[in-house]
Each structure stands twice: as structure tokens, then as C-alpha cells.
Design a protein around this ligand. Structure first.
Ligand SMILES: [Zn+2]
Length: 183
């Protein structure tokens, strides 16, 4: 009986340890990396540069009406989906110094799904023919890039920045050190 208790305790501990490991892994994917920037301007400058490249890359997938017609069937084509996801992953890895590929993939595919949901929403109220009369392919490039940028800014990039206080060298989530600010 004692052995059985010991054996089940070992199994139970192992199970708990595996679960803890899994939780930590998932938390890293959802929270993303923490990246040290000199200050908020440094972060904004680096981010803006990366967003400029991302904008060019995204717009490449909306060059002509062939890129728009397919939306009626599959929102985004396979090439658009994978191309946009890859471009977002590349940008995120550049901004975060290759810290966490799984997070970048998680974010990119969430955003691609969001974009597809948005396109499906438009197609519920207007036919593809109406959409083509109202919007150029280039308009779609702009709309979709803006939607990606907004999602990145509002939902994912807010949490990745950390800063070092110039006075006490403490690492802070905010650009201003709470200890040195109050003195
Ligand atoms: Zn300080």
C-alpha cells in the first residue's frame, strides 16, 4: 500500500511538473519577449522603420484585381496568407532581436485570422463586384496594412518594451523610473 502511495505520488508530481512546464511555455508565447530600448523614442524609431518595410511588403500582395477577386472564395489566398504571416513574423523578429519565434508566429497568425474575418465581414454586406467598383487593389493594401499595424500596436507590442533608468539603472516597464521620478 505504501509503495502504491509512493508510486502515485511520483506520477502525480511528474504530472504537475509537466503541466507547470507547459504553462510556462504557453505564457512565453502569449506574453512575448521583453526587449530593452534606450527610451520610448528609440523604440518608436525602430518600430517605425520596421513598419515602413512591412507596409511595402504587405502592399505587394494587393497589386491588381486578381488579388481581390479571390476574396469572394477564400478571403485571403494561400499566397497572401502565408506571405503576410511571414512578413509580420520577419518584422517582429527584427524588432525583438530574434528573441521568441513561437510568439512571433502566434501573433502573425492571429492577425492574419483577424484580417480574414474583416474581409469576410465586408463581403457579407457588399458583393465582390461592388467592392471592386469602390476600391482599388492598392486601397486594399493600405486598409490591410493599417489593420495589421493597429492590431500590433494595440494588442501585442505594448508589452514588449523595457527601459533602463539612466540614474539608478533599474529596469522599468515604463520610460520613467518610478523611484527616481519621485525624488
Ligand atoms: Zn531610477
Amino acid at each position: 500500500m505504501e509503495r502504491l502511495t509512493l508510486c502515485s505520488k511520483v506520477l502525480y508530481d511528474r504530472d504537475i511538473l509537466q503541466k507547470q512546464k507547459k504553462i510556462i511555455e504557453l505564457k512565453e508565447i502569449v506574453d512575448g519577449p521583453k526587449i530593452l530600448f534606450d527610451n520610448i523614442d528609440d523604440y518608436q524609431n525602430q518600430k517605425n522603420k520596421i513598419f515602413l518595410d512591412l507596409e511595402k511588403e504587405i502592399k505587394n500582395y494587393f497589386n491588381d484585381f486578381n488579388d481581390i477577386y479571390g476574396m469572394d472564395f477564400w478571403a485571403l489566398s494561400f499566397d497572401q496568407q502565408t506571405g503576410i504571416a511571414k512578413a509580420i513574423i520577419f518584422s517582429l523578429l527584427k524588432l525583438t532581436k530574434n528573441k521568441n519565434l513561437k510568439w512571433a508566429e502566434y501573433v502573425a497568425w492571429n492577425i492574419v485570422t483577424g484580417v480574414e474575418g474583416f474581409i469576410n465581414g465586408i463581403l457579407k454586406v457588399k458583393s465582390i463586384e461592388t467592392i471592386i467598383r469602390c476600391f482599388t487593389p492598392q486601397d486594399f493594401g493600405v486598409i490591410i496594412f493599417e489593420s495589421i499595424q493597429y492590431q500590433l500596436d494595440q494588442s501585442y507590442l505594448d508589452n514588449i518594451t523595457i527601459f533602463k533608468c539612466k540614474i539608478c539603472e533599474k529596469i522599468n516597464d515604463l520610460d520613467e523610473c518610478s523611484d527616481c521620478e519621485s525624488n
